[in-house]
Every structure is written in structure tokens, then in C-alpha cells.
Design a protein around this ligand. Structure first.
Ligand code: UDP
Length: 414
């Protein structure tokens, strides 16, 4: 993918046909049939660069498939200054329930960045999809001649009331809201709130099959030994992902089983919070880091994430809050046992005891107990992993996301 001005050109060379061996004939044929009445329709996606990686990745995989089935789809990315992203990061945290105070100046900059961006972008598409709060106010700066959809990927179940009141003012201009989970529905919204669950691309670098040699190379490159069982959490160093809590769990497990912990979280250069949390984790895990039993990785490398997920005996996701938890989906797709918090979208993916294990996010002992159980019974892990993979194949692959988008287009355009 590369940028042409504000437009992301993302032809990854993959077509719908490439997904046929993975999902089967019926799914592919269903998609072609849904696309018939939408040939030549033009759709615009807008998001912003610094929002969490998962969203951008989904759009990156979705856009080429939409184009492949005949819907002309463009992706524009809002750019802004650092201050803008500090404000929207605070918005993001506050939408997830953290109290916030925001000034008139901040509101002003939020609007001004959007207005400025609107000056760079003409819109004459048949449908506009705006992702998350960063570009939400854009709609104010256009003469609207088509349906607009606000696609919110954030957990909206308990937002800061004053912030929601402010943002709602923009949301009301939209024709439809799309959320990831039934529990994120906002009451009192006059427009339909459609649920579209996120998905992963089984053919992306992060999820495609890797050869033994590729895995070995990556582990060597990043100095990851596999002489002991690996427990892994792939997540930004973010308080909601609770990396410090993961270290507590590891310390408990380590009393009984010799194993290693990997915390892999790439670091956005503009995220001071990330480094602060990283240092706290480092402090807590210091003795284990010195012996090499805790490994912290801050590199951004999709193939590495893929390899780590494949070689881990347990994948953890001990989030305190979670919009959906794509890392859970990715871990399940690798056929690994995933042990995770019963929050946000995670229970949609994990049925406790069937496709993984669910725990209360603060239940350190419970996490440690489940990890030990899986480490001590590899067959249990294999069984959970196999079931988890089939669950993802059915519900959380990009072909299902494409199907949902085509259905939404039908609803909006016909
Ligand atoms: N991710 C990554 N490298 C990292 C940490 C995370 O590529 O070091 C990816 C991860 O594989 C997943 C996405 O970032 O695809 C995170 O999505 P998720 O829904 O789990 O959480 P978010 O970061 O959006 O809150």
C-alpha cells in the first residue's frame, strides 16, 4: 500500500477467488450474487492514520476485495498535527469510560483539523463510511448528497457523558451508525445502529501460513528461544491491555511451570503513554528480563506477530476493556489456545471451555490456573485451538466482513 496524496492505494493483488480454498464455494458464490446489483457503485472510506492498527488493517484488506467484486472503493486518510491526535486519543479513552475534561480550544482544534481536511477532499461517491471519532465532524463540512455511515470501532457501552453529548451532535447528521457489538448500542439515537463484527484477513502477512523455515528465521532475527513453553500477549503497551497484570499472572505461573513470557507491542512514535507503561512493565518484570524469561518486543512486524502466535503454547489477552480484540481472532486462527478476559467483543469469539478460556480481567489466580492447565495438558490446548479456528473460519474472516458491507450497501442504496 502507498499514499497518493490523501488516498491510500492498496491493491494487494489478492482477489476473492483466493479465499475460496479457505471458506468454500457457497460463501464465495453468495458474495458474487450480492454484488450484482452494486456494480460500479462508488464507496469512500475515511479514517485517520494514528488510530489503532486493527482498523486500518481491516480497511486495507477490505478495499481490494470490494473493488474485485465490482464496487469502486476508495480509502482516504485524514492527516493532522500531533495535538489533534492527543485530543482524539483522549476522546478514545473517554469513550471507553475514562473521565475527561476538554477545553473549547480542544474542541476548536478537533473541528478545525476536520474542516481543513475537507478542503483537500471532494466527495461525490454513492456512500461515505467514516471510521471512529477522529474524522467524525467531517460531515459538517460537506453538502451531503449521499448516505453517510459512522462506523465506530470503539466500545461505546459506558462513555463519558459530556464527551458523548458533544460527539452525538455530529453523529446525528449521519444516516446510520455501525457498531461492533450489541452492547455498544446507544439508546436514544434516532437512526438505525447496525452491527458489523470485525474480521481478519487469512491471507495477510499476519495470518497467512508460514513455513517452518520462515518461522525459524523470524525467531532467530528477534532472539526468541523456544526451549521453554511460550506464553504470549500481542498488544500495544496500553493500560486497557493490562500488560502489568500479565506480568503478575506470569510470576504466578512461573512458580509452578518453567516457561517464558513474550509481550509484543509495537510503539507509535507519538504515544508517550505507551513508553510510560512499557517502563512500568520493565520495572515489574526486571528479574525475569535479566534471565531472559520475559521478553519485551516493541518492533512492528506482522510476520513476527504471525510467527509468535504460531509457536506460542498459550495466547493471552488480559484486557480490562476491549472493542473487539483482533489479537484474539488472530490467535484462534492459528489454532492456539487463547485465554482472555470476559470483556468487550472477546466473548463473541471465545466460548469458555470450547474455543478457549474466559476469565474476569482482574482474576490473576484464575488466569494462572488456566495457563497451567493448558501447559500441563497439551491435548486440551490442541482441542480448544482446533475449535477456535473453525469458529473464526465461520464468523470472523474478511469474506464475512465483505458480505456484511455488501448487505449494508444494499440497504442504503436500493
Ligand atoms: N498488533 C501488531 N503488533 C503489535 C501489537 C499489535 O501488529 O506489536 C496488531 C494486532 O496483531 C492486531 C491489532 O494490532 O491486529 C490490534 O487490534 P486489537 O483489536 O487486538 O486491539 P486495538 O489495538 O485495536 O485496541
Amino acid at each position: 500500500a502507498y499514499m497518493n496524496g490523501i488516498t491510500c492505494i492498496c491493491d494487494n493483488g489478492r482477489t476473492l477467488e483466493d479465499h475460496r480454498p479457505i471458506v468454500g464455494d457457497d460463501v464465495i458464490s453468495g458474495i458474487y450474487r450480492k454484488a450484482v446489483a452494486l456494480q460500479g457503485k462508488r464507496v469512500l472510506h475515511v479514517n485517520s492514520t494514528y488510530q489503532s492498527g486493527g482498523v486500518a488493517e481491516m480497511i486495507l484488506s477490505l478495499v481490494p476485495l470490494m473493488n474485485d467484486v465490482g464496487v469502486k472503493t476508495q480509502w482516504n486518510i485524514l492527516t493532522g498535527e500531533g495535538d489533534f491526535f492527543t485530543i482524539t486519543k483522549n476522546f478514545h479513552n473517554a469513550l471507553q469510560g475514562q473521565p475527561i475534561a476538554f477545553s473549547d480550544m480542544e474542541r476548536g482544534l478537533y473541528l478545525q483539523t476536520n474542516e481543513c481536511f475537507s478542503g483537500q477532499m471532494a466527495i461525490d461517491h454513492d456512500l461515505v463510511v467514516v471510521h471512529d471519532p477522529q474524522p467524525l465532524p467531517l460531515i459538517r463540512f460537506y453538502q451531503k448528497t449521499q448516505p453517510w455511515v459512522w462506523r465506530c470501532h470503539v466500545d461505546l457501552s459506558n462513555p463519558d457523558p459530556a464527551l458523548w453529548e458533544f460527539l452525538k451532535g455530529f453523529v446525528l447528521d449521519y444516516d446510520r451508525m455501525v457498531i461492533s457489538h450489541d452492547q455498544y448500542r446507544r439508546c436514544g439515537m434516532p437512526m438505525e445502529q447496525r452491527i458489523i463484527r470485525p474480521a481478519i484477513d487469512p491471507l495477510s502477512e499476519k495470518n497467512r501460513d508460514l513455513s517452518e523455515a520462515e518461522i525459524q528465521d523470524l525467531l532467530t532475527q528477534y532472539n526468541v528461544p523456544i526451549d521453554k513453553p511460550l506464553i504470549t500477549q500481542i498488544s500495544r503497551f496500553d493500560k486497557w491491555k493490562d500488560p502489568e497484570g500479565v506480568v503478575d499472572v506470569f510470576i504466578e505461573v512461573k512458580k509452578h511451570v518453567d516457561c517464558r513470557l513474550i509481550l509484543c507491542g509495537s510503539m507509535a512514535p507519538d504515544d508517550p503513554e505507551g513508553w510510560e507503561i512499557y517502563r512500568r512493565v520493565e520495572e515489574k518484570a526486571r528479574p525475569y528480563i535479566e534471565t531472559g524469561d520475559v521478553i519485551l518486543i516493541t518492533a512492528e512486524d506482522h510476520l513476527l506477530v504471525n510467527a509468535l502466535q504460531r509457536v506460542s503454547c498459550v495466547i493471552l489477552q488480559k484486557s480490562l476493556r476491549e472493542g473487539f480484540g483482533l489479537t484474539v481472532t488472530e490467535g484462534l486462527w492459528k489454532g492456539r489456545p487463547v485465554i482472555a478476559s470476559r470483556v468487550g467483543g472477546i466473548p463473541l469469539q471465545i466460548e469458555d471451555g470450547e474455543t478457549g478460556f474466559l476469565l474476569d480481567p482482574t482474576d490473576t489466580d484464575g488466569f494462572a490456573w488456566r495457563i497451567r492447565q493448558v501447559l500441563e495438558n497439551p491435548e486440551l490446548g490442541e482441542r480448544l485451538g482446533r475449535a477456535g479456528k473453525e469458529h473464526v473460519r465461520k464468523h470472523f474472516l474478511i469474506t464475512r466482513l465483505l458480505t456484511d458491507y455488501l448487505e449494508m450497501l444494499h440497504a442504503e442504496l436500493n
